[in-house]
Design a protein around this ligand. Structure first.
Ligand code: SF4
Length: 327
């Protein structure tokens, strides 16, 4: 039965709420980002309805992502209403940190439990180059605000590329330890065409990062998990966990527990494939009808793929950018 498969497998929904790529977003460097017509975007009410239906079906963790989700107007409404869902154990957010001085306290009181903040470098000039004019100090101030707001856990996310920022992994861990936050190092996922670097040339594996870190820190494997793809390590004497998200070197598809909703209402069954269901059509054809929506969600399990076919040496086969699904 598809409902059994759904409830056995899917516990985690990631919702992308924005289609506009913030120039300070560190993930994508593509030249031809475009803004989608408002009518094609799920409204805040529609996002809330989809989120509620997933929770009714058994999902216990929702992550709000983007581009930069905090750029979406009135986005706190989504956090507040999802935050009230009793069966939702974990309401989380991935952000580039630029808006946290403004939103951190409200997000915490809306029920957000944990935040992931993108931070690939601690060098202002390198940050400006990576994010095309972003200001590092704005993100660091955002992390300060998040720490003052008192989230259960804060995690820094760093996409590491050779000859771009691989020489900073130890400094990034030291920064995380200083702040008492977690950090995850992410192998770049080959989504969308990127013009300014060769993915195969810049690939820097989790094992290479661990070897670099081992010169500075004792990394002890731990079974701790946040329900996501990170494999965590502990450093004796500090609270910081160091995680590795390794789609290439340590494939994690056999424990996949997630699906993604794009800001246009496409339910993506796998980040690394194009299998999807148009939930926007279902929502708009059956206004307010949760039963029809839940049936469409459960039926989507029939096309959930076993895993990705990422090949870092080949041209990307998935043309949507990371900022379309928020990872
Ligand atoms: S690539 Fe697809 S199957 Fe693998 S973990 Fe990600 S979403 Fe799941």
């Amino acid at each position: 039965m598809l409902i059994d498969r759904f409830q056995r497998q899917v516990t985690y929904l990631r919702i992308s709420v924005t289609d506009r790529c913030d120039l300070r977003c560190v993930y994508c460097m593509s030249e031809n980002m475009k803004f989608l017509p408002r009518a094609s975007l799920l409204s805040l009410e529609e996002i809330i309805q989809v989120g509620r239906c997933f929770v009714d079906l058994g999902v216990t963790k929702i992550r709000i992502t983007g581009g930069e989700p905090l750029h979406r107007r009135d986005i706190l409404k989504v956090f507040r209403e999802l935050g009230e869902l009793e069966d939702l154990r974990d309401l989380t957010l991935t952000t580039n940190g630029t808006q946290l001085t403004r939103f951190a306290a409200d997000l915490r009181s809306a029920g957000v439990t944990r935040i992931n903040i993108s931070l690939d470098t601690l060098r202002p000039e390198r940050f400006r180059a990576l994010t095309r004019n972003g200001r590092l100090e704005q993100v660091l101030a955002g992390i300060d605000a998040a720490q003052r707001a008192g989230f259960d856990r804060i995690k820094l996310n760093a996409v590491v590329l050779k000859n771009r920022n691989h020489d900073e992994v130890a400094a990034l861990v030291a920064h995380a330890i200083e702040r008492g936050v977690d950090i995850s190092f992410i192998e770049e996922m080959p989504l969308g065409h990127v013009g300014e670097h060769d993915r195969a040339e810049c690939y820097y594996s989790s094992d290479e990062i661990r070897a670099d870190l081992a010169e500075h820190f004792e990394l002890l494997p731990t079974a701790e998990s946040t329900g996501g793809p990170s494999r965590y390590f502990r450093i004796p004497g500090v609270d910081t966990r160091v995680g590795f998200i390794s789609p290439h070197s340590h494939n994690f598809c056999d424990t996949c527990n997630r699906v993604r909703l794009t800001s246009e209402g496409r339910l993506l069954l796998c980040l690394g494939q194009e299998h999807s269901v148009d939930l926007r059509r279902v929502v708009r054809a059956n206004p307010g009808d949760d039963a029809a929506l839940k049936q469409a969600i459960v039926d989507s399990m029939a096309i959930k793929p076993q895993g990705h076919d990422f090949d870092i040496t080949a041209q990307p086969v998935i043309f949507r950018h990371m900022n379309h699904t928020g990872g």
